[in-house]
Write a protein that binds this ligand. Structure first.
Ligand code: C2E
Ligand code: MG
Ligand code: MG
Length: 404
């Protein structure tokens, strides 16, 4: 069928599930050689051995350690001339900016993909490579990674677990709070990260029950920690899609009260990118959530669209600077400038400013110097199951002075 030279594709993503999923799809479509790398360093290793032999690079731009932007800089230095597809779960604007940056460096970006990746989008990319698709894709597979039905079954079977990532106060370096992050315990793929299934839930009715269940589970965990004598707060992510009903504050209040924990120990995080769809309704619901005592954080700040005006009017208590502006800020003046101005803005508005995604000691030092209040990131700890947290905390407290 296809007599042309076989193509070689390298897929670079820190998310094992995505690596497996995308490489399976490519093989299904008849691509003979699919190489995978789990981080930038491994990717560079593969590229250095076969830089001229890779026809297509599919690269996630958000990875711990060496991120996609750094990786692209490196392969530009190696004069990689093959085609590139950038993909990510982050804001499309950021993908566009990365694409422009890659073009300035002389790289050939042919497309960008937002997660979840579909068979249809991969077929379109292979078509752009002028490579005949050896096998016709099965139409049944042209769909999102997971269907709503699959996720519904997972929810019914209680397969959504919560992982917890600590946040420390800069002033005391003690753990003040914990962000609750959903993971799908999947029989075939192991833990699936939320970027791969939350967008599907958000497009369906399921999002309301899902968020209420996450809130309830998180509050139950908080209750256990408070009973153990730990002085902790928690943060729970809420989708903008949840703000579609005026009685949401009552629903969340009831969910929390059933767990006997004080509401003012819970902060709801709302992603900046989606704010302002229906301003009056969002403002009404958020203000009433504040009245009930919930803290309100604007999440992933810096990559969305919120104007000063929105920020001024919404009753936020906390601003979380997106991790893209924390990673490598100590070394990169442009990143540092955005980090600095975001922290200043948050402070000027009287908000608790959290910098998330801190991985390196140098970035930690910088965020502290720039005056943020709290830090979250792999530098402190990765998200972990609830059962591991108490032990981790005891060890952390014993070693605070050595760590910083
Ligand atoms: P988020 O709310 O901004 O959560 C922080 C994300 O950054 C988490 O990814 C966390 O694992 C990751 N992270 C923290 N520190 C570092 C670091 O130092 N380096 C790097 N590279 N990453 C770091 P995760 O758990 O994959 O969650 C991704 C997103 O999925 C979350 O971003 C949040 O928007 C969403 N999400 C997670 N759980 C829920 C949920 O229960 N409901 C809703 N609606 N969204 C959720
Ligand atoms: Mg969050
Ligand atoms: Mg965030």
């Amino acid at each position: 069928m296809n007599n042309e030279k076989p193509i070689r594709v390298l897929v670079l993503d820190d998310d094992r599930f995505m690596l497996e999923f995308v490489s399976h799809l490519l093989r299904d479509l008849g691509v003979s050689e699919v190489l995978v790398a789990e981080d930038g360093k491994a990717g560079l290793f593969v590229m250095s051995a076969q830089v001229s032999a890779i026809d297509l690079l599919i690269c996630d731009i958000e990875m711990p350690g060496m991120d996609g932007i750094e990786f692209l800089r490196n392969i530009a230095d190696q004069y990689y001339s093959g085609k590139i597809v950038l993909f990510s779960g982050v804001d499309p604007d950021l993908l566009k900016a990365t694409e422009r940056l890659a073009s300035v460096r002389g790289l050939n970006v042919i497309s960008t993909l937002t997660k979840p990746v579909t068979v249809g989008s991969l077929v379109a990319i292979l078509a752009q490579l002028s490579i005949p698709i050896p096998r016709r894709p099965d139409p049944a597979r042209i769909r999102q990674i997971f269907t709503v039905e699959e996720i519904q079954q997972a929810l019914a079977a209680d397969q959504i677990d919560l992982f917890y990532q600590p946040k420390i106060a800069v002033s005391s370096r003690r753990v003040t709070s914990v962000e609750c992050l959903a993971r799908w315990r999947h029989a075939q793929y192991g833990y699936v990260s939320p970027d791969n299934f939350i967008p599907v839930i958000e497009q369906s009715e399921l999002i309301n029950d899902f968020t209420r269940d996450v809130l309830r589970k998180s509050a139950q965990q908080l209750d256990l920690w408070l009973q153990e004598g730990l002085d902790l707060k928690i943060s729970v992510n809420v989708s903008m899609e949840n703000l579609d009903r005026f009685n949401l504050p009552e629903i969340y209040e009831t969910a929390v009260r059933e767990c006997y924990v004080p509401i003012d120990r819970i902060t709801l995080e709302i992603t900046e990118g989606k704010l302002g769809k229906d301003f009056a309704q969002s403002l009404d619901i958020l203000t009433r959530l504040r009245l009930k005592g919930f803290g309100l954080a604007i999440d992933d700040f810096g990559i969305g669209y919120s104007s000063m005006e929105t920020l001024k009017h919404m009753p936020f208590t906390e601003l979380k600077v997106d991790r893209i502006f924390a990673h490598g800020a100590a070394k990169d003046p442009a990143t540092r400038a955005i980090l600095e101005s975001s922290i200043k803005l948050g402070k000027a508005l009287g908000l608790n400013v959290v910098v998330e995604g801190i991985e390196a000691g140098t970035d930690y030092q910088l965020a502290v110097e720039l005056g943020c209040d709290e830090i979250q990131g792999f530098f402190i700890a990765k998200p972990m199951p609830g059962g591991e947290f108490t032990e981790w905390l005891a060890k952390y407290e014993k070693t605070i002075d050595e760590r910083f």
